[in-house]
Design a protein around this ligand. Structure first.
Ligand code: GRF
Length: 207
């Protein structure tokens, strides 16, 4: 039985992180349920994954901007999530930067996952950036959203060794496996009330 805690997921693409969250809700690693999945892309496979589970799947028109939502559209998205009594918003491959309308509606209640060890390589094409820079350790980060690009307080990170023959694709695939473990863990820590934000630091309280 999924828990009562209500999660909303924002996704723009294939939704493999959404899938990992859904699976973790099913097998009890997350004591909660995804009540709505919203995408700024009508044909995002993430919406299909939600529909297949009987979860409300909503295409939400982002308006005329490319990297953010139009403020009125963002306010409407916040309303939509509040209407569903969402308690935590998880950005999972949501390709837009969020601003006040969502941040004010869900203070300290929006998370994002990013496939680099922040603060290294925010933004796009990050595995290629990591390879080009020559790092030996790459990874992923779950953090609270704060209106910057991949910039809020860090909740947890997972590391992956870079192999000599890695391409951006092979590295991304190995990082993604770690993402799928990491995000459910971060969500459960939140549900358990174990995350205390002190400035930039997120302190994980003992069980
Ligand atoms: C993931 O690598 C995530 O970290 C990044 O975008 C990708 C989304 O993949 N923000 P998916 O849609 O969850 O499969």
């Amino acid at each position: 039985m999924p828990g009562e805690f209500r999660i909303g997921v924002l996704a723009s693409g294939r939704g493999s992180n959404l899938q990992s969250i859904l699976d973790a809700c099913d097998d009890g690693r997350i004591d909660g349920r995804v009540v709505v999945v919203v995408s700024d892309v009508a044909e995002a496979y993430a919406l299909e994954r939600a529909r297949r589970r009987g979860i409300e799947a909503v295409y939400h028109d982002p308006g005329r901007f490319r990297t953010k939502l139009e403020p009125e559209r963002e306010a409407a998205l916040a309303e939509l999530l509040l209407d569903r009594e969402v308690q935590l918003v998880c950005m999972a491959g949501f390709m837009r930067v969020i601003h006040e309308p969502l941040l004010n509606a869900f203070p300290g209640r929006i998370m994002n996952i990013h496939p680099s060890l922040l603060p290294a390589f925010p933004g796009l094409h990050v595995q290629q950036q990591a390879l080009d820079y020559g790092v030996k350790i790459a990874g992923c980060t779950v953090h609270f959203a704060n209106g910057g690009v991949d910039a809020g307080p860090i909740i947890c990170q997972g590391a992956v060794e870079v192999a000599e023959d890695d391409t951006a694709e092979t590295l991304a695939a190995r990082i993604l496996e770690v993402e799928h473990q990491l995000y459910p863990r971060a969500i459960q820590l939140f549900i358990d009330g174990r995350l205390r934000v002190e400035g930039r630091r997120v302190r994980v309280q003992p069980e």
